[in-house]
Design a protein around this ligand. Sequence first.
Ligand SMILES: Cc1cc2nc3c(=O)[nH]c(=O)nc-3n(C[C@H](O)[C@H](O)[C@H](O)COP(=O)(O)O)c2cc1C
Length: 175
Amino acid sequence: MILVISSSLHPDSRSRILARACIDRLSGLGEETHLFDLAVSPLPQCDGANAYGDSNVGELSRQIKQADAILIASPVYNYDVNSAAKNAVELTGRAWTGKVVGMMLAAGGHGSYMSAMGLANSLMLDFRCLIVPRFIYATGDAFEGSNLADEEIQSRVDLLVDDTLRIARALQTPE
Ligand SMILES: Cc1cc2nc3c(=O)[nH]c(=O)nc-3n(C[C@H](O)[C@H](O)[C@H](O)COP(=O)(O)O)c2cc1C
């Protein structure tokens, strides 16, 4: 199963459109996939204590553990992923161990293209995640209403999904 996490809390989020484009690609390839949308399944702020007992946190942890790979779609906020994405990782911690992780960002401008690196470093160093070396970075002109309207970004979505599957399959231990 490939898990797609959408971290934007905006009702008309563009990164959620990227997340859905990944789901569509995965479904088209016949892959089992699941979207975990933080706007639909809100998580408490990580306090290092009681928040771990929240039922949505438990569900997200379960889905991360079950996933062969995880794709994160996030807004760029202050040259980083949004705090909801970081919070989700804080809350689910070790569930990420050894996972293949790909990333997509929606941004307001063209200059914040390295904004996934903080989270990528943290996932690599904390949990030995294998980060797919192909990022999607899309600004507002790639979207029309609730649709992706840029062939170049669409082809990058396809490549991210295909590379993520290829890496995840290659790392699977034989049964
Ligand atoms: C608090 C805040 C901080 C932002 N910081 C950046 C930034 O550092 N760089 C950038 O290119 N866009 C920035 N933006 C613009 C968002 O990345 C852009 O609106 C994007 O579409 C948000 O993703 P979403 O539509 O999935 O919510 C910021 C927006 C907000 C609300």
